[in-house]
Design a protein around this ligand. Structure first.
Ligand code: ADP
Length: 686
C-alpha cells in the first residue's frame, strides 16, 4: 500500500510541475488567441459574403449592360429598316393617292411612326399622313411655323445625301400633355439631285414601348435620356425596395446621338440566391459550427484541466502535509524523490539528497557498512519485511533518532519496477512515551506491590496481635500456677518449666512489639503527603488505565471540573486507589452481556454539607453490578470473586482513603454497573 501511495505521489509531483508550466504559458495567451481566431473567422465570413454579393451584382450589371447594348442595336436596326422602306417608296414614284395609302398602311403597322411628310427643297410640306393610331400631332398651321430641328435635319440629309436625324424635341398636345419626338429626313434623289425630302416623325415613347417593350420592358425601365440625366421618354415601371442597377448606351444616329438608359431593380440576395453565395454561406455555417464545437470542446478541456489541476493540487497538499517521510530510489540506489516530511525528518534540503547514493548523508558513520549491506540485499531484489524494520538515522545537526522503515518496489504504469519506494516514521516520540509509560508502570507496580505487602503486614499484625496476646496471657497464667503458694518458689523440676514459660511470655511480647512496629511502619505513610491538582492524578493514571482499556475494549471518559482546588494527599497511594477502582470497573464490564463498555472517571466538588471543601473522585462502570451477597463482604480482606484475585484491593483503597480522612463508598450506577466514590480534603481544608 505504501508503494502504491508513494508511486502515485511521485507521478503526481512530476505531473504537477508539468501542468504548472503548461498552464502558465497558455492561460495568458489562450484568451487572446481565441479572440484573434474568432475575429479572423468573422472577418473571413463577412468578406466572403460581401464578395459573393459583389460578384452577383457584377453579374447582373454585366447582363444589364449587354441588354442595353442589344436594345440599342435593335433600335438602330429598326430605324435603318424604316429608312429602307421609305427609300423604297421614294424609288417607286407613286401617285399621291397610292403613296398616301402605302404610308397609311405603314403608319398603322408601326406604332412608333407618328407622321410621314413629303417636302420640297424649301421645306414646304407637300403631303402628310398622320398615324391613325394617335391623335394628329401637328395642325397644318402649327407645322408652318416649322421646327428648326427638322430644318437642320433636312439640310444635313441634303448635304450627306442620305438620311439624317433631328435632335428630339417636345411637342405639346391639346390634352395638356406632350410628346417627345424625333424626325428622320430622307432626301429624294432624282437624276442625281435632291428633289425633296421624306420626313418621318418618331414618337420616342413608342420607339421604346414598341421596339423594346416586349423584350426588355418586363423587368427594366427603359428610357432615352439627355446627358444631364433628363428623361425624354420612359417605358416601364421600377419596383421599389430593391437594389437599382443602371446601364447606358449611346445610340449614334446620323445627325444626332441618343442615350439609351436601362434601369433594373434586383432583389439583394436574401437566402440562397445562387450557388456561390449558397456555397459560401454553407461553408460559413460549417465554419461557425466547427468554431462553436471547438469552443465547447476547449471549454470542456479547460474544465477537465482545471479539475485535474485541482486534483493535483489536492494531492500535492496531501503530500506536503504528510507526516510520513517518503523517499524513492532508482534501481541503482540513487535517490530520485523525497517529500517535505522526509527532508524535515533528516534536516537536509531536497537538493542535497536528490541523486545521492550510498552512503547516505543521514546514515550514522559507524553503521554505514551494515546499511550498505542491507541496501545491497534490497537492490538484489529481496523483498523487505511487510511489517517494516527499525533503523537509526542521524540528522544534519548530529542527533540520532529511531525510524521505522517500510519499503516496497516502485512499479511504473507499464508494470515494470523502476526502483524502490520507502516510507519512514520517526518513532523517537513513540519510544519516549513507551519508556515513560514503562517506567511509570514499573513505579506503580512496585508501589502497588509495596502497598499490598504493607496492607498484608498491617492485617497480619492486627490478626496476630490477638493470638500473641493470648499466648502471653496463658504463659503468665501458667507461670503464676507454677509458683509455690507458700514461698513462691517452685520445685527444682518445675523451675525449668517456669523458665520455659517465662521465655514463651518474653518471646510472645517481643513478637507483639515487632508486629506493632511493622504496623506502625506501615501506617506511618502520611509523611509523603503533598499538594496535588486533582486533574494531574487522573492524567498520571491515564496511560495505565488506557493500556488495560485497550485490552478489554473499554472506552474511557473523563469528566473534570476545571475550577477544583488542589488536594493534599499521598499522590502515589491515591493513584493506586484510582487504578484499583478503574481496573475493578473494567473487569466488571468484561462480560459478553455487557455491550456498552464505558468507564467514567469523574472529579467534582463534594456535594454533602459535611464534606464542604472536599473533592470527590468517582469511578463509574456499566458492568454487571454488585450483588447483596458480594456487597456484604466487599471490604473484607482476601474476599474475591475472581480466579486470580487477592481480595486486598478494596480493603487497601479504604485504608488509604481513610488515612486521608475521607470515605470510600459505592452504590449502584444507572442504568447498570457500580459507582465507587471517595473524597479527599483540599489543601485549604487542612
Ligand atoms: P480483587 O480485585 O483482587 O478480587 P478487590 O478487593 O479489588 O479484590 O475486589 C473484591 C471483589 O469485589 C471483586 O472480586 C469483585 O467481585 C467485587 N468488585 C469490586 N469492584 C467491583 C465492581 N466495580 N463491580 C462489581 N464487582 C466488584
Amino acid at each position: 500500500m505504501a508503494q502504491e501511495a508513494s508511486s502515485s505521489l511521485q507521478n503526481t509531483h512530476i505531473l504537477w510541475q508539468f501542468f504548472k508550466q503548461i498552464t502558465r504559458s497558455f492561460t495568458d495567451r489562450r484568451f487572446s488567441l481565441w479572440i484573434a481566431l474568432v475575429l479572423l473567422v468573422v472577418a473571413l465570413l463577412v468578406t466572403l459574403v460581401w464578395l459573393a454579393g459583389r460578384y452577383e451584382a457584377s453579374q447582373y450589371q454585366d447582363e444589364l449592360d449587354r441588354d442595353t447594348a442589344d436594345a440599342a442595336i435593335d433600335i438602330r436596326n429598326g430605324f435603318d429598316q424604316n429608312v429602307l422602306i421609305l427609300q423604297n417608296l421614294q424609288n417607286k414614284a407613286l401617285s399621291q393617292k397610292l403613296w398616301q395609302a402605302e404610308i397609311s398602311d405603314l403608319l398603322s403597322q408601326n406604332r412608333d411612326w407618328l407622321r410621314v411628310e413629303k417636302r420640297d427643297l424649301q421645306g414646304i410640306t407637300l403631303d402628310a399622313v398622320s398615324s391613325p393610331l394617335k391623335p394628329a400631332l401637328f395642325t397644318d398651321k402649327s407645322r408652318i411655323g416649322e421646327h428648326v430641328e427638322t430644318m437642320q435635319a433636312c439640310l444635313r440629309a441634303r448635304r450627306l445625301n442620305g438620311p439624317a436625324y433631328s435632335r428630339s424635341y417636345f411637342v405639346p398636345q391639346s390634352n395638356g400633355l406632350g410628346l417627345e419626338v424625333m424626325e428622320v429626313c430622307l432626301p429624294m434623289i432624282e437624276r442625281g439631285n435632291t428633289a425633296g425630302f421624306t420626313l418621318l416623325t418618331y414618337s420616342l415613347q413608342e420607339v421604346l414601348s414598341a421596339r423594346l417593350g416586349e423584350t426588355y420592358g418586363q423587368r427594366n425601365q427603359i428610357s432615352f435620356v439627355e446627358p444631364d440625366g433628363t428623361r425624354l421618354a420612359v417605358h416601364g415601371n421600377l419596383p421599389r425596395a430593391k437594389r437599382l442597377f443602371t446601364a447606358k448606351q449611346l445610340l449614334d444616329l446620323p445627325g444626332t446621338t441618343l442615350m439609351l438608359r436601362m434601369d433594373g431593380r434586383r432583389a439583394v440576395p436574401v437566402l440562397l440566391p445562387n450557388i456561390l453565395p449558397a456555397l459560401v454561406t454553407a461553408m460559413s455555417f460549417a465554419l461557425v459550427s466547427v468554431l462553436v464545437l471547438l469552443v465547447k470542446d476547449s471549454r470542456l478541456r479547460l474544465q477537465a484541466e482545471r479539475d485535474l489541476a485541482d486534483a493535483l493540487a489536492f494531492r500535492k497538499a496531501m503530500e506536503d502535509s504528510l507526516v510520513t517521510g517518503l523517499r524513492a530510489r532508482d534501481l541503482q540506489g540513487r535517490i530520485t524523490y523525497v517529500n517535505p516530511a522526509f527532508c524535515q525528518m533528516v534536516g537536509f534540503e531536497p537538493e542535497s539528497l536528490l541523486g545521492k547514493s550510498a552512503p547516505m548523508p543521514y546514515w550514522p558513520p559507524e553503521m554505514v557498512g551494515e546499511y550498505q549491506q542491507r541496501q545491497a540485499v534490497r537492490l538484489a531484489g529481496n523483498a523487505p519485511p511487510r511489517e517494516g524494520f527499525e533503523s537509526v538515522f542521524v540528522r544534519q545537526d548530529g542527533t540520532r533518532f529511531p525510524v521505522l522503515i517500510f519499503e516496497a518496489p516502485l512499479i511504473n504504469v507499464l508494470g515494470q519496477q523502476t526502483g524502490w519506494m520507502s516510507a519512514f516514521l520517526d518513532i523517537s516520540e513513540q519510544r519516549r512515551i513507551e519508556e515513560l509509560s514503562r517506567s511509570s508502570q514499573e513505579r506503580l507496580q512496585a508501589t502497588a506491590r509495596l502497598a499490598t505487602v504493607g496492607e498484608m503486614a498491617s492485617l497480619l499484625s492486627h490478626e496476630l496481635n490477638q493470638p500473641l496476646s493470648a499466648i502471653s496471657s496463658y504463659a503468665t497464667g501458667s507461670l503464676n500456677l507454677l509458683r509455690h503458694p507458700d514461698d513462691g518458689r517452685a520445685s527444682p523440676q518445675l523451675s525449668d518449666l517456669q523458665m520455659a514459660f517465662e521465655r514463651i511470655s518474653e518471646q510472645a511480647s517481643r513478637a507483639g512489639k515487632v508486629i506493632n512496629s511493622v504496623h506502625d511502619f506501615v501506617r506511618r505513610r502520611d509523611q509523603d503527603k503533598e499538594v496535588v491538582k486533582p486533574q494531574s492524578i487522573i492524567d498520571a493514571v491515564m496511560p495505565l488505565v488506557q493500556l488495560q482499556a485497550h485490552k478489554l475494549q473499554v472506552r474511557i471518559q473523563t469528566e473534570m471540573d476545571p475550577r477544583l482546588l488542589p488536594v493534599l494527599c499521598d499522590r502515589t497511594m491515591v493513584e493506586q486507589v484510582l487504578l484499583n477502582l478503574a481496573r475493578n470497573g473494567m473487569q466488571a464490564m468484561d462480560h459478553p452481556t455487557c455491550h456498552q463498555r464505558t468507564l467514567t472517571l469523574r472529579i467534582k466538588r463534594a456535594a454533602s454539607s459535611q464534606s464542604q471543601g472536599w473533592v470527590e473522585f468517582s469511578v463509574l462502570d456499566l458492568g454487571l453490578g454488585i450483588s447483596d451477597e458480594v456487597a456484604q463482604n466487599l471490604f473484607t480482606p482476601f474476599f474475591t470473586t475472581k480466579a486470580e484475585g487477592m481480595g486486598l484491593g478494596l480493603s487497601l483503597c479504604r485504608t488509604v482513603v481513610e488515612q486521608h480522612g475521607g470515605h470510600l463508598e459505592f452504590e449502584a450506577n444507572e442504568p447498570c454497573g457500580t459507582l465507587f466514590r471517595f473524597t479527599l480534603p483540599t489543601a485549604a481544608e487542612i
